[in-house]
Design a protein around this ligand. Structure first.
Ligand code: IMP
Length: 426
């Protein structure tokens, strides 16, 4: 696997952490390229459970190098806490195996505060963000008023840039939102200190990844969130603020797109979404509740109950197409055990016409009719199954049916949170 992109093919929370942790065994460098601490990648190792928000999921393999690319909206407070938390649990994290881009944008207190304040003003149009400051940080990046990790490494530079930025932000915070202003001196002191702690990790990560690839090392790109939350291709405006699809790698790492050799999507055997926005295959009834219960569907970052529904083959086919996916990994298949009937959204109907393309605008999704089909479920516990042939026939039929709908091979199935609860197809 010289270079592989792994992305979420739904609305995030597809179980990428576990799959990337597994694939990291065959990688030399694991790279995050977008998003920030809005992500929560869960990896279970024996009795220990790790939830990684910023650090790539390769960190649990001590010999791997892990890169936080320039495309992240990076909260240094959260990063330092995550490093310390992992170290306390005996995980090796140091400047020899974690590299942070000097170009990554910094999330400050005003970003987190404005994220929450802005949501309040949106009323029914609120996005239901994670409140981690992601949108405001990326807005500043685009407006060219953001500070990058490199700017924290010099107290003078940090003060100069932040004093200009905070003048406008404090006017907004106090005069528009009526909240308390942020103190410049305190912010400079705290963030310069964070810069001092992170300085040993700071690197030209784009050059590092390109050189590693040129030297024949194996690179694994770890997507966060999912394609349907992509700022350009997702259910805008109910999306996150980064390119969550494979296209985000080129800009978010500084890696040539024509050197990405394999593309793997991850999707749950059903579908979930946190936050507001369209979710065509959502089940508002008892079955949605039953999926939430069986899958323990609560956010890894915010603890919010996830909205639950059936596998949406239209959305996942779109994600496969958009990303040029070579294959799909299906996670949480075990969660469907015991459901007598398994539904799948196979098409949408707009004004009576069947549509095969995912509609471009969130508003276009309001009036659609979702066409579902179903297959019978199975009752046998499949958590201990490790080979395709040992799965109940109805489970195999379900997987093969979904595979035929999404248009790429399903190469691997996950049947539980543990590292070894995997079923390869071949
Ligand atoms: P933000 O990324 O915090 O701005 O949130 C924007 C939308 O993306 C909200 O609906 C969030 O719930 C959703 N979101 C952000 N990160 C994740 C994630 O890692 N998993 C699932 N949903 C996410």
């Amino acid at each position: 696997m010289p270079s592989v992109s792994v992305f979420g093919a739904q609305w995030g929370d597809e179980g990428k952490g576990k799959i990337i942790d597994g694939m990291a065994r065959d990688a030399d460098v694991v790279v995050r390229y977008q998003g920030g601490a809005n992500a929560g990648h869960t990896v279970v190792v024996g009795d220990a459970k790790y939830v990684l928000h910023l650090i790539p999921s390769g960190i649990l393999h001590p010999q791997k190098r892990n890169v936080i690319g320039n495309g992240l909206a990076l909260d240094p407070i959260k990063l330092v806490k995550e490093i310390e938390g992992l170290r306390e649990r005996g995980v090796r994290v140091g400047p020899e195996n974690l590299f942070v881009s000097a170009r990554a944008h910094v999330i400050f207190d005003h970003h987190r505060l404005l994220d929450k304040l802005a949501e309040r003003w949106k009323g029914d149009g609120r996005i239901g963000t994670t409140g981690r400051g992601i949108g405001p940080c990326y807005s500043d990046k685009a407006a060219r008023t953001g500070l990058r990790i490199a700017d924290l490494l010099s107290a003078d530079c940090c003060r100069e840039r932040l004093s200009t930025v905070l003048k406008e932000k404090n006017a907004l915070i106090t005069k528009v939102h009526g909240a308390d202003s942020i103190d410049l001196d305190r912010e400079v002191e705290r963030f310069v200190e964070l810069g001092r702690i992170l300085a040993p990790y700071v690197a030209d990560t784009g050059a590092l990844v390109r050189k590693a690839y040129a030297a024949g090392e194996r690179i694994l790109f770890e997507g966060a969130q999912g394609v349907m939350l992509d700022i350009d291709h997702g259910t805008y405006p109910y999306v996150t603020s980064s390119n969550t699809s494979t296209a985000g790698i080129a800009a978010g790492v500084g890696f040539p797109p024509n050197r990405i050799e394999r593309v793997v999507g991850i999707a749950k055997a059903y579908c979930t979404r946190v936050g507001e926005g369209p979710f065509p295959s959502e089940d508002h009834g008892d079955e949605g509740d039953a999926i939430r219960k069986a899958g323990n569907e609560y956010g890894a970052t915010t603890g919010r109950p996830r909205r639950c529904g059936w596998f949406d083959a239209v959305a996942v086919r779109y994600a496969m197409d958009l990303n040029g996916a070579d294959s799909l990994v299906m996670t949480n298949l075990d969660v469907l055990t015991g459901f007598p009937e398994l539904k799948v959204a196979v098409a949408y109907r707009v004004d009576g016409e069947l549509v095969s393309e995912f509609p471009a605008a969130a508003t276009d999704l309001n009036g659609i009719e979702v066409v579902t089909e179903s297959r019978p479920g199975w009752t046998e516990d499949i958590c201990a199954v490790r080979q395709w042939k040992d799965l109940p026939e109805k489970a195999r039929t379900y997987v093969e049916w979904v595979e035929s709908l999404v248009g790429v091979p399903i190469e691997l199935l996950s049947v539980g949170p543990e590292r070894d609860q995997l079923i390869p197809r071949k």
